[in-house]
Design a protein around this ligand. Structure first.
Ligand SMILES: Cc1cc2nc3c(=O)[nH]c(=O)nc-3n(C[C@H](O)[C@H](O)[C@H](O)COP(=O)(O)OP(=O)(O)OC[C@H]3O[C@@H](n4cnc5c(N)ncnc54)[C@H](O)[C@@H]3O)c2cc1C
Length: 373
């Protein structure tokens, strides 16, 4: 019988692991810092890929339920020039391998698939320390602690479990996203809704971009990318209109239907600084503990991070089920595949980042789109 598994973090990775363990009758507890499932908006749409996110959902026994969440038609994509001219366009004929779902709905599906009480909300981990023989003590911000013989850090970029395994720390990539929303856009922001189209829209230039996605209910969700030092953003108060205007000034001369994604946002813009771990991040086996998802391999956004976190969770769950009573063999098998997988995806993500925001923007991305047809 595999021991009780202690998971830190109820993101998509930690929840997929908990679900796969549950399918195999292995007990787990997920400790999550947020105080409830609805404490924080879960961000926008995710495309779930047929080579990692979808197989993970099959392993979790949730593939059919996932299909019910798919927003049809959202795999369309287009690239615009800064003046709004359409440079490239591709429709969604329903045959693509990357169907889109709302992240919050996916997380809710995973939560609902777990036995009541599996997730302990409001359990923010402060630190974890080794006790010997593969056991660890996990200390929470409220002063309580638990001792576990199998600990999994699924706690994202700023993992409190990672220091048990590695000294690596996230580094700023030199670029941040400013996240904005326009609601009921077909009625309230028709020119911008038309520019974004039915799915994803990319307007790229060297070192900057306005990119947006049409979500459910006519919502436009945008990431405005700017290559700037962290300190530059410290001087921009995004909570006020002046902050949005300051960001928009970086796009002077761009089509107003594009800059409206900054200036006409219906909720205060949110800063998302981008960080990475070293591309080939790995560690020596430490008994009783491992990592998954962003805690293990944080990379620039490439559309893979959430997919990989779910895949890691499913693979770790499968490895534990395949080695009953021998958690070390399971962790070794899991990490043997995790490291090359994470390294390859991180290298791809860095390449994509350079291609999207480098000197050849927007044509490098358009060539890539055209080449994949
Ligand atoms: C701007 C942006 C856009 C992105 N877009 C996409 C995309 O389109 N597609 C895609 O696949 N990926 C995307 N990603 C990447 C993706 O969001 C991550 O790779 C993915 O969420 C990682 O999942 P995870 O489960 O490892 O970690 P997370 O989703 O970060 O979940 C970690 C969980 O742990 C909890 N936690 C953190 N610290 C503690 C603690 N100390 N104690 C207890 N709990 C804790 C957090 O509250 C959270 O619930 C994007 C990332 C960014 C920054």
């Amino acid at each position: 019988m595999t021991t009780h598994v202690t998971i830190v973090g109820a993101g998509l990775g930690g929840l997929t692991l908990a679900r796969v363990l549950h399918v195999h009758g292995i007990p787990a507890t997920v400790h999550e810092a947020e105080t409830s499932p609805t404490a924080r908006a879960q961000g926008g749409m995710l495309d779930i890929h047929d080579d990692n996110g979808q197989p993970a959902l099959r392993t979790a026994g949730l593939f059919e339920e996932f299909r019910g969440l798919v927003l049809e038609g959202r795999q369309a994509s287009r690239a615009l020039a800064p003046d709004g001219t359409v440079l490239y366009e591709e429709g969604d004929d329903g045959t693509g391998g990357r169907p889109e779902v709302m992240r919050g709905e996916l997380r809710r599906m995973l939560l609902d698939s777990l036995p009541a009480g599996t997730v302990r909300w409001g359990h923010k981990v402060r630190a974890a320390r080794p006790l010997g023989d593969g056991r660890h003590e996990v200390a929470f911000a409220d002063g309580t602690c638990v001792v576990t013989s199998l600990l999994v850090g699924a706690d994202g970029a700023w993992s409190r479990v990672r220091p048990l395994l590695s000294d690596a720390a996230p580094e700023y990539v030199g670029m941040s996203f400013v996240e904005t929303y326009l609601f009921d856009a077909d009625v309230r922001h028709p020119a911008t809704a038309k520019a974004v189209g039915d799915g994803a829209m990319f307007a790229l230039a060297p070192g900057k971009a306005i990119q947006a996605h049409r979500e459910s209910g006519g919502t436009l969700h945008a990431y405005v990318a700017l290559r700037k030092p962290r300190e530059w953003f410290d001087g921009v108060d995004l909570a006020g209109a002046a902050g949005a205007a300051r960001v928009a000034r970086e796009f002077a001369g761009w089509a107003p239907e594009l800059t409206a994604l900054i200036t006409d946002a219906d909720a205060a813009p949110v800063l998302r600084p981008l960080h990475t771990l070293p591309a080939a991040h790995r560690w020596e086996r430490v008994p009783g503990v491992t990592l998954l998802g962003d805690a293990a391999h944080l990379m620039p956004p490439s559309g893979e991070g959430a997919n990989l976190a779910m895949y890691d969770g499913a693979e770790l769950g499968r490895a534990l089920a395949a080695h009953p009573g021998d958690a070390e063999a399971a962790l070794a098998a899991y990490e043997r595949d995790l490291f090359p997988r994470g390294a390859a995806e991180a290298a791809d993500a860095s390449r994509l980042h350079a291609l999207m925001y480098g000197d050849d923007a927007p044509y490098a991305l358009i060539d890539m789109f055209a080449g994949s047809e």
